[in-house]
Design a protein around this ligand. Structure first.
Ligand code: PMP
Length: 435
């Protein structure tokens, strides 16, 4: 902390107009938030002129770093034509065609402005299509802030008795009715999940699952687990919804090809907006027909003043077009190098820990328990202290990541940048050891 910091002055000023000086809980930091001035490639430069390698990329939403010339050009060109014409534009068809072309299970797509809305629309579409009230989701998995999707995002270790995970509120004020309509499934536990799906089958509209849930450990789901969810949902007549808001960045066709499991509905966000606010819900044509207004009021009317705004659509299209097969191969290799380097650094430092993840995503865990789900990823007090010290040390070493261990890599990163990240990790582990 630097008392003369311009970020500190900004945060002090912000406290008078924003609660706690903050607009996104995710970016809150004590004793003061670090304010960005600008981003450049894989670096973000703060108000005090400090440049850091950006390993969080707006919480996984940037895959080409900051101010990529092709994205800047696409957005500016559209700005000159107007940003919100209040009529559909060709840009939404272009991006919809690209996404339907890349994701085999997506026949139709509906745009929105955030991943939260994408998930909300998917859950509402599942209810509208099936006429059933309940949804199921995994313990500890984050899906944005729609009330139903937020249930059991956090559960306390003292409640981890035998038996199925409880549906508990995340935010104060969550109505009991919401909790009653959410079934919480154990992640990567086939028997536990399938028996719950069967028990609630007649009331279940859908099962919502992220194939590699960040907050639940960033561990890829077992293929057999996703296959079991696929079969059990079919058996009870519920839909399977994949949340690919983050995991779409795993490959050219998103996450589904890796597991060989096709969802009925898929939610998107983050990278497909080219750095602008975005969400999308796509899937089977018969299910997506709940949004179709051609025959009068649809089963699920959905507006959104800025949905499919052409600046987002054009920037998103530019971002996606840069992501060819070669780009994903490079991102995969970068991810492998950092995950292996982090594991090696833990060994060298003699600190218990490991990296999980896949492709351009990784999570650093301060535990040597095998991480398989939310509960095994949960850190004890001493482990959490090491993690906090590590995060702070990385900030000082010039690397920005999520305080809870998440990293997302980007295409502008060079080999030198990757080496610099690993050098910072090694220094950070020394600080963690001392904590
Ligand atoms: N689903 C997942 C898996 C997410 O990680 C997030 C956001 N981090 C969301 C949904 C919500 O997206 P947004 O923040 O754009 O509302």
């Amino acid at each position: 902390p630097d008392p003369a910091s311009r970020s500190k002055a900004a945060h002090d000023r912000a406290r008078a107009s924003l609660p706690g000086g903050n607009t996104r809980t995710t970016v809150f930091m004590k004793p003061y938030q670090i304010y960005a001035e600008r981003g450049e490639g894989c670096r973000v430069i703060d108000l005090d002129g400090v440049a850091r390698i950006d390993c969080i990329n707006n919480f996984t939403s940037l895959i080409h770093g900051h101010a990529h010339p092709a994205l800047v050009e696409a957005a500016c060109a559209q700005m000159r034509l107007g940003s919100a014409p209040g009529l559909p534009t060709l840009s939404e068809i272009d991006l919809a065609e690209l996404l339907c072309g890349r994701v085999a299970s997506v026949d139709r797509i509906r745009f929105s402005n955030s991943g939260t809305e994408a998930v909300m629309n998917a859950l509402k579409a599942a209810r509208a299509f099936t006429g059933r009230p309940k949804i199921a989701k995994c313990e500890g998995a984050y899906h944005g802030s729609y009330d139903y999707a937020e249930v059991s995002l956090e559960t306390r270790p003292e409640t981890w008795t035998q038996g199925p995970p409880a549906s508990v509120p995340y935010a104060k004020g969550t109505p009991q009715g919401v909790l009653d309509d959410v079934v919480t499934l154990p992640f990567n536990d086939i028997d536990g999940a399938v028996s719950l799906i069967r028990a609630h089958g007649a009331d279940l509209a859908c099962v919502l699952v992220d194939p590699m849930p960040n907050r639940a450990g960033l561990v890829p789901a077992d293929r057999a687990y996703l296959q079991a969810l696929r079969e059990a949902t079919r058996e009870v007549g519920a839909l399977l919804v994949f949340d690919e808001v983050i995991s779409f960045r795993l490959g050219y066709g998103g996450a589904q090809p890796f597991w060989g499991v096709e969802a009925d509905l898929t939610t998107f966000g983050k990278i497909m907006g080219g750095g602008f606010p975005v969400g999308a819900t796509g899937g089977r044509a018969d299910v997506m027909a709940v949004f179709d207004p051609s025959e009068g009021k649809p089963a699920l009317p959905a507006g959104g003043t800025f949905s499919a705004n052409p600046v987002t659509m054009r920037a998103g299209l530019a971002a996606m077009e840069l992501l060819d097969h070669a780009a994903f191969e490079r991102l995969d290799a970068m991810g492998e190098k950092i995950r292996a380097g982090v594991d090696e650094a833990f060994r060298k430092a003699g600190v218990p820990g490991c990296a999980t993840g896949k492709g351009s995503l990784l999570k650093i865990h301060f535990t040597d328990r095998p991480v398989r789900d939310y509960r095994s990823a949960h850190l004890g007090a001493a482990e959490a202290q090491r993690q906090a010290a590590f995060f702070r040390a990385l900030l000082n070493e010039g690397v920005l990541m999520a305080s809870y261990g998440l990293m997302a890599l980007s295409t502008p990163m060079t080999d030198d940048d990757l080496d610099a990240i690993l050098a910072a990790v090694a220094a950070g582990l020394e600080a963690a050891k001392a904590a």
